[in-house]
Design a protein. Structure first.
Length: 108
């Protein structure tokens, strides 16, 4: 069940695609059909719709991200399933290694 204080990202991104980027609908369809969108899914949708950004913008945006418990557990499960170390996961998701270490200590 979606928390009422959290925006309805499926609806927001569906509307953006329908109105401004209809040619990207097929590309984003798999993510939009998911029952629950995690933070990583939203970031992926954003990349697919608006494209990759420069390194400077990525660094600024990273400071503004926040992850809830479900998102953190999803990332830690990804790490376990793909047999990755903290550095590899941090690089993959655009996190710091210290963040990964902190999360692993908190949740494992």
């Amino acid at each position: 069940m979606r928390n009422q204080s959290q925006p309805n990202y499926k609806r927001i991104y569906s509307d953006i695609i329908d109105q401004k980027f209809p040619h990207k609908k097929l590309e984003c369809e798999k993510l939009l059909k998911k029952k629950i969108l995690f933070a990583v899914d939203i970031i992926e949708l954003n990349k697919k719709i608006f494209g990759a950004k420069s390194q400077d913008i990525k660094k600024i945006n990273q400071k503004l991200r926040s992850y809830n418990t479900a998102d953190i557990l999803h990332i830690l499960d990804y790490q376990k399933n793909h047999k990755m170390n903290n550095r590899q996961v941090a690089e993959h998701f655009g996190l710091s290694r210290n963040t990964m270490t902190k999360w692993r200590k908190m949740f494992k």
